[in-house]
Design a protein around this ligand. Structure first.
Ligand SMILES: [Zn+2]
Ligand SMILES: [Zn+2]
Length: 196
């Protein structure tokens, strides 16, 4: 099943120009089967998600995660119920231990985006996955991210990081079709073997 696990909508991510309704329409038309909305430092509530699902004609599955801005980079978190315990500009280590205590999974978003050095710390922290390709990832950054994921045996995510409809449908990751909750998605990501 084709998942796009990293998308931003307006107004909850102010840098996006895409409404949630536009995202749903574009994703459905592009053949995406499930989306995970990951706003910057904001997590859609269950009520907000349910209201959005009611507007969705067709079978698109809609979930919510969050892209947390840590002092050492951006991290996608899947499986948190709310943002209690998350303070923005916390360290990735603090974020990861909080997420793991709550059954959530943490994926490094677009590592190496700014330089070869800016993703190096991802070799040291207990992340569950790495975004290896996205609409915001250069070829060189993608090569370094893939090397990181392969060396550590981490889950590899390909997602659009869409802020507009232009990249919707160009990136996806295949997940088993039985995944029907965000916690099941987190569990699947965490089940990928890590190289010890
Ligand atoms: Zn980001
Ligand atoms: Zn993003």
């Amino acid at each position: 099943m084709k998942f796009d696990c990293h998308v931003h909508t307006f107004p909850r991510s102010s840098c996006s120009t895409m409404s949630p309704e536009t995202l749903i329409k574009a994703s459905t038309e592009a053949g995406i089967e499930a989306i995970v909305i990951t706003e910057h430092d904001y997590l859609w509530s269950a009520d907000e998600l349910n209201s959005l699902r009611l507007k969705c004609i067709g079978g698109l599955k809609i979930f919510a995660g969050v892209e947390v801005s840590c002092i050492d980079g951006h991290f996608l978190v899947y499986g948190l119920k709310d943002l209690k315990g998350i303070s923005f500009n916390m360290s990735s280590e603090e974020l990861i231990s909080h997420a793991h205590l709550n059954g959530a999974a943490v994926v490094a978003a677009h590592p190496f985006r700014f330089s070869r050095e800016d993703g190096q710390h991802c070799y040291e922290i207990d992340i569950d996955g790495v975004e290896v390709s996205s609409g915001n990832t250069s070829n060189e950054a993608g090569r370094l991210a893939l090397k990181l994921a392969n060396e550590r045996g981490l889950f590899q995510l390909t997602s659009s990081d869409a802020h507009t409809t232009s990249v919707i449908g160009k990136y996806h990751t295949s997940f088993p079709s039985h995944i029907s909750t965000i916690l099941e998605l987190a569990e699947f990501i965490r089940s990928v073997n890590k190289v010890s």
